[in-house]
Design a protein around this ligand. Structure first.
Ligand code: FAD
Ligand code: DHB
Length: 389
């Protein structure tokens, strides 16, 4: 097979890139290790920044998102017996959109299918070859048969456990990592959300988050031990623990029900530099991971896609390599700010096993400063709704 851009990974980053390239007359092929149903079964992010909303519009995939998504102008933070609101509209004039990653991915798959886009599912043994030359190619197997795609560029959109990052030699690659000593236990349930806006809760028993997908579908998370497995948590135990961590008014009105999905995610901060090697470009989780606090993972994948698709568009339209050459630097400048925000917001809200009495006082002082200080709220709001790109 021959194409202009070979895209490794059919998650949101790979799909969005492929669709945006298509809209601009650039051909691509996506290689995805799993089935479409498997990818759509993964319950992940739920908060979209305006930047991603705009990209979905540019990609011609925004119809259902605008019809079914919910615009949120603020979010609540609770600690002790206090609860306060950060007003995104007042501080930034910009809302966020509640629309699940699963739905974003479904809309993109539908658009790719409608446009006759080529997606190879259930591929194995993907290997990127000659990325440091003008003629890269990708080798893989499907149903036991060896295949090859000749291309002009390779986009590594294959997530944290993908192969693309490994194709960059260790002499060139530098990795930065922080592993957090806890995880998030997430539950999806067909119940009305406890509140019309998200609640991020700092409690003595650990962090909790009340989120949602729509009026009848709630998403809740609690900080848990890394040694826990979802099977250790009955639905009853989850609801009881959640109630202990959120403000009483919400705990008293929380509607509980059977979970329809329950999973544990570890928390990690990770960045690899550079994000480009020759004709290979890393995008999204393949290059960086944030702890989920603040919902930056999917949104940061989207800003990478923005920089990369504009760079490739410039290359094919004007013959200019300026965007390609600037890609890694531009993407990383924004990535590191999302890393900082996610790290800061995580540190504000979780209980850490090694936290001293002094550390707890610092966390409390930080929360009280944020509750009372407009400038601090503005900084929080600007980061939460997404830094510009
Ligand atoms: P991915 O979604 O990981 O997609 C990569 C794709 O590449 C996958 O479909 C994978 O099957 C495929 N792939 C991997 N290896 C290969 C290979 N060798 N060959 C071919 N294909 C391959 N973010 C938030 O903002 N809020 C959240 O609540 C949240 N929860 C999360 C929970 C979990 C368990 C995880 C793992 C992540 C979560 N995230 C969350 C992060 C967010 O979902 C990611 O940032 C987002 O999915 C990144 O998109 P991506 O396309 O870069 O990577
Ligand atoms: C969701 C996840 C997050 O990490 C977050 O900060 C907000 C919402 C969610 O899955 O709904």
């Amino acid at each position: 097979m021959r194409t202009q851009v070979a895209i490794i990974g059919g998650g949101p980053a790979g799909l969005l890139l492929s669709q945006l390239l298509h809209v601009n007359g650039i051909d691509s092929v996506i290689l995805e290790r799993k089935t479409r149903d498997y990818v759509l079964g993964r319950i992940r992010a739920g908060v979209l920044e305006q930047g991603l909303v705009r990209l979905m519009e540019e990609a011609g995939c925004a119809g259902r998102m605008h019809a079914e998504g919910f615009s949120h102008d603020g979010a609540l933070i609770s600690y002790g017996s206090e609860i306060f609101r950060i007003d995104f509209a007042e501080h930034t004039g910009t809302p966020v959109l509640i629309y699940g990653q699963t739905e974003v991915t479904r809309d993109l798959y539908d658009a790719r299918e409608k446009a006759g886009g080529k997606i190879e599912f259930e591929v194995d043994d993907v290997m990127i070859r000659d990325a440091d030359t003008d003629r890269p190619h990708v080798q893989y197997t499907r149903n036991g048969t060896a295949r090859r795609i000749d291309c002009e560029f390779v986009a590594g959109c294959d997530g944290f456990h993908g192969v693309s990052r490994q194709a960059i030699p260790l002499t060139v690659r530098r990795e930065y990592e922080k592993i957090y000593p806890f995880g998030w236990l997430g539950v999806l349930s067909k119940t009305p959300p406890v509140n019309h806006e998200l609640i991020y809760a700092n409690s003595e028993r650990g962090f909790a988050l009340c989120s949602m997908r729509n009026d009848h579908l709630s998403r809740y998370y609690i900080q848990c031990s890394l040694s826990d497995s979802p099977a250790d948590w009955t639905d009853e135990a989850f609801w009881e623990e959640l109630k202990r961590r959120i403000p009483k008014a919400q705990a008293d009105t929380l509607v509980t029900g059977p979970s329809i999905e329950k999973s544990i995610a570890p928390l990690r901060s990770f960045v690899t530099e550079p994000m480009r090697w020759g004709r290979l470009f890393l995008c999204g989780d393949a290059a960086h991971i944030v702890p989920p606090t603040g919902a930056k993972g999917l949104n940061t994948a989207a800003s990478d896609v923005h920089y990369l698709y504009n760079a490739l568009r410039e290359y094919y339209r004007d013959g200019s390599e300026a965007g390609i050459n600037a890609y890694s630097k531009r993407a990383l400048a924004r990535v590191w700010k999302a890393e900082r925000f996610s790290w800061w917001f995580s540190s504000l809200l979780h209980r850490y096993p090694d936290q001293s009495a002094f550390d707890l006082k610092m966390q409390l002082a930080e929360l009280e400063f944020l509750r009372a200080n407009r400038a601090a709220q503005q900084a929080m709001a600007e980061n939460y709704v997404g830094l510009p790109y």
